[in-house]
Design a protein around this ligand. Structure first.
Ligand code: AKG
Ligand code: FE2
Length: 257
């Protein structure tokens, strides 16, 4: 698959592929996900998630487990993502780990980095609802003499450097510097306002970031809202985040030890 037509302008390595899966495939995946037995879910304060492909030890070693059959078999998401070429240079040439996130309308994820356990590429499939996804940068160190700027304490610029609208069924691929030296997050809100539709706030104007992938959108409602100014109501969204964990435990050795 040639990713070039899906390159997001003014980024070094972000690709947005609308309609990566069909509506039928989306329905099948949503059915499989929502039929999952409750114990498979891990409950966090502001969303729940499932981890497929195995758990990771504290020292970033993947203890592999088989993927659910609907990931490995039809609709063959792993091989379809491998065919994009995004993982050609990764340790295993394909993703071996998936985190499935569920966000109800109004739920999001704080700006964060995915960390060094993974090869610096993530491919994210969105299902069920759109969302608005932001990339942030760290504030430049103002005082180079200041030595208490430990990794976790670094200040984040609250204004995103890039925002993309993720339509249901789309795949977004994030690589290089936006993966390994920036943060990403999703606001915990129920609706997204675009340009002309900003509700008047007395005395102040809400900041609405430009949507960098506007010209790649295919959904009529999404294109309309983003291009002309409008509002999109969020529904329940599932994100499947595909990554390649570099270090994988050798099963035979684990059994022996
Ligand atoms: O839901 C998303 O698109 C992002 C999820 C995410 O950043 C993560 O799982 O690390
Ligand atoms: Fe993340």
């Amino acid at each position: 698959m040639d990713l070039a037509p899906f390159h997001v302008d003014n980024t070094d390595n972000i690709f947005y592929v609308p309609d990566f899966v069909t509506r039928r495939e989306e329905e099948l995946l949503l059915r499989k996900i929502t039929e999952s037995p409750l114990p498979k879910w891990k409950h966090l304060a502001n969303r729940r998630l499932q981890i497929w492909g195995g758990d990771m030890t504290a020292n970033r070693l993947l203890i592999p487990q088989p993927m659910p059959s609907f990931i490995d078999e039809y609709p063959n998401l792993i091989s379809r993502i491998r065919d994009t070429g995004a993982f050609d240079s990764s340790p295993h040439g394909a993703p071996n780990h998936v985190i499935l996130n569920e966000y109800l309308a109004g739920q999001g994820i704080m700006p964060h980095e995915d960390g060094p356990a993974y090869y610096p590429t993530v491919a994210t499939l969105s299902l069920g609802s759109h969302t608005l996804f932001h990339y942030y940068r760290y504030k430049p160190d103002i005082d180079p003499e200041n030595t208490d700027g430990c990794e976790t304490g670094r200040a984040i610029d609250t204004q995103p450097i890039l925002s993309v609208l993720l339509e249901p069924r789309s795949l977004i691929i994030t690589q290089s510097s936006l993966y390994d030296s920036h943060l990403h997050g999703i606001d915990s809100i129920t609706e997204d306002f675009f340009a002309a539709a900003i509700p008047p706030v007395s005395g102040e104007t809400a900041y609405v970031p430009p949507v960098s992938n506007a010209y790649l959108l295919t959904g009529a409602a999404e294109r309309d809202a983003v291009m002309r100014g409008g509002v999109l109501q969020r529904g329940t969204r599932y994100s499947l985040t595909f990554r390649d964990v570099a270090r994988v435990a050798n099963g035979a050795r684990l059994l022996r030890s």
